[in-house]
Design a protein around this ligand. Sequence first.
Ligand SMILES: Nc1ncnc2c1ncn2[C@@H]1O[C@H](COP(=O)(O)OP(=O)(O)OP(=O)(O)O)[C@@H](O)[C@H]1O
Ligand SMILES: [Mg+2]
Length: 264
Amino acid sequence: MDKKDAHIIVVGNEKGGTGKSTLAMHIIVGLLDKAKKVAVIDLDARQKSVARYLQNRQTFMANGGTKVAMPAFKVVGQSTASLVKDREVEDQQSLQEGLDEFKRDVDFIVIDCPGNDTYLSRLAHALADTLVTPLNDSFIDLDLLGEVSADSFQVKKLSFYTEMVWDSRKFRSASGKPPMDWVVVRTRLASLDSRNNKRVHSALESLQKRIMFRYVPGLYERVIYKELFPSGLTVLDLEKVNSLSHVAARQEVRSLVDSLNVVE
Ligand SMILES: Nc1ncnc2c1ncn2[C@@H]1O[C@H](COP(=O)(O)OP(=O)(O)OP(=O)(O)O)[C@@H](O)[C@H]1O
Ligand SMILES: [Mg+2]
């Protein structure tokens, strides 16, 4: 029997610096840690955070570091054609070529989106089997999903981003695919259980029913999530963890990957 096409996980939202690339790196290594075959497409050709991180991982091994599992990866940049129509056709082709290159050989393709609205990013959202949207612990970030009333947290208006995700869902169902699983993950959580933290939690609980996403626990703000970038490692790759905070970080990343419900 033919192997199933890879499951596509897209990490996206339309706000810069919310932790998409950090989340993508940890999901990638979390899946590798479960012995899954993974390929990565970085759609942020300006920053290339995930691609650079993976290059650092290769260099770490080339310089004699312990062998760690590697995904295949490539950067897909936006077309520079002068006509919008031509740009859209070229973007579609380059993303499709990237997917075709990997989809038969791996279990998962993880796509990291840039922090703004691009045609490539929209195409990726329409292809997502699982969409992971990171959200910081703030009402400004909540606006990315929809406007909520200050007292009852009723949804007053959907955001452009949510409308775009809904269009992607319609496109999927029109093409006979199973529904997209939209997972909203809170990142860079403050360790103190603040009043703001609880209010954002309540607002998200109300939004998830109306907008139809799953809201799952995510990653706290921790130095270990950023300090290993130059070596291309994550806390899951460390041979020894000798602090409680690192043990907690490992657990957090593993729980996050489990909560995506993509590995049996
Ligand atoms: N859980 C975390 N703990 C500590 N630092 C974090 C965490 N998540 C992200 N960061 C830091 O926050 C900054 C932004 O993160 P990141 O680059 O992952 O965001 P992004 O959404 O991909 O940004 P962009 O929209 O520009 O692509 C980086 O300096 C990163 O190291
Ligand atoms: Mg990024």
